[in-house]
Ligand binder design. Structure first.
Ligand code: F3S
Length: 114
């Protein structure tokens, strides 16, 4: 079990959640933030602080449209071989992690919606 960031973070990126994480396992991406699946210690400190209620324990994600975000958080930290990348913590100013390509399918940018 871990915590994950879901769709309401996309293109919002408030970022306040990062200030609550004792192990800095919340990483900035291009369109959203991601929680690292193995660096997260499941303390839940970030869950209530998000102003758009984007953070959940993965086993509490029930909405069909949100379930793919569990794999998306994980995919943000996989290399081309599928191995997990463990950067060891994120801090403001670090370069963003790449958004997994699935994000565009799940949540097309508004200006790209036909
Ligand atoms: Fe996103 Fe909420 Fe954090 S909008 S960056 S999950 S505070």
């Amino acid at each position: 079990m871990t915590l994950v960031i879901t769709s309401t973070c996309v293109d919002v990126k408030d970022g306040i959640c990062t200030t609550s994480c004792p192990v800095d396992c919340i990483y900035e991406g291009g369109r959203m933030y991601y929680i690292h699946p193995t660096e997260c210690i499941e303390c839940g400190m970030c869950e209530s602080i998000c102003p758009v209620d984007a953070i959940r324990y993965d086993d509490e994600v029930e909405e069909e449209t949100e379930i793919p975000f569990i794999a998306l958080n994980d995919a943000a930290f996989r290399d081309a071989d599928g191995s997990i990348i463990e950067p060891g913590g994120w801090k403001k100013g670090d370069p963003p992690v790449s958004d997994p390509p699935q994000l565009e399918t799940l949540f097309p940018k508004k200006d790209e919606v036909a």
